[in-house]
Design a binder for this molecule. Structure first.
Ligand code: SAM
Length: 224
């Protein structure tokens, strides 16, 4: 199926980003269509607007970043989404990944520990109409969000020292997928965990580079 970009003045930049995503091995048509229909320039500070469609991480304030698009594409492919899932995202940041998810699943619950980022993400998501699918909550995402569990998929956008137990508890038991970067010493790697019949199976998807997950099942909140 053809991927048709949004019709605004950034269409050419988005088309180039799609090309770059393909070169990085992103081939899932639904994932590419989500990138084509999500205005990344709305999720970065105005000063970086011209760079919004480069395949790079960019600062979003509060010492945090919007992740590199090819990394986000890799995440979305690893979750193997079918279209109706309820997904928990840990680390809302700018809200861009949640906006991408809104094109791919039925419901997104996104947790951010920094209230200012959560407020800005809520405004941006509402401005593009993604707030019908995405709910942004403030809290320690290492604890997950039990009231809406179980989740068909959980995506963690910050590196944890180990897989937080509350997240695997809140994962659906019929093939629920958790994608999470783990920081072990100097090495950071992306893992996919699948839960089936009470059993967890883990697969390493390669190197990753994320800011730390801070919280009860993350790194101490006074660490960098
Ligand atoms: N997905 C985001 C986007 O598209 O802009 C990028 C996420 S950024 C790399 C990581 C985010 O995780 C930061 O906003 C950070 O504040 C948040 N974070 C770190 N620890 C957290 C925790 N325990 N709970 C919720 N959010 C956390």
């Amino acid at each position: 199926m053809e991927v048709r970009p949004l019709t605004d003045s950034y269409g050419g930049y988005r088309a180039r980003l799609l090309e770059e995503l393909r070169q990085h091995g992103i081939s899932d048509i639904a994932v590419l269509r989500a990138f084509a229909n999500t205005p990344r320039h709305r999720f970065v500070p105005e000063a970086f607007g011209r760079r919004a469609y480069e395949n790079v991480a960019l600062p979003i304030g509060n010492g945090q970043t919007i992740s590199q698009p090819s990394t986000q594409g890799r995440y979305l492919e690893a979750l193997e989404l079918k279209g109706k899932e309820r997904v928990l995202e840990v680390g809302t940041g700018s809200g861009y990944q949640a906006a991408l998810l809104s094109h791919l699943v039925g419901q997104v619950v996104s947790l951010e520990r920094l209230p200012m980022l959560a407020a800005q993400a809520r405004r941006t998501l509402a401005s593009i109409g993604a707030d019908e699918t995405v709910t942004v909550l403030v809290g320690d995402g290492s604890l997950g969000w039990a009231p809406l569990a179980p989740y068909d998929a959980i995506l963690v956008a910050a590196a944890a020292p180990a897989i937080p137990a509350p997240l695997t508890r809140q994962l659906a038991d019929d093939g629920g997928r958790l994608v999470i970067p783990l920081q072990r010493g100097e090495v950071q790697e992306l893992y996919r965990v699948i839960k089936q019949g009470g059993e967890l199976s883990e697969e390493c998807l390669g190197e990753a580079q994320f800011v730390p997950l801070k919280g009860k099942h993350g790194f101490p909140t006074d660490s960098t």
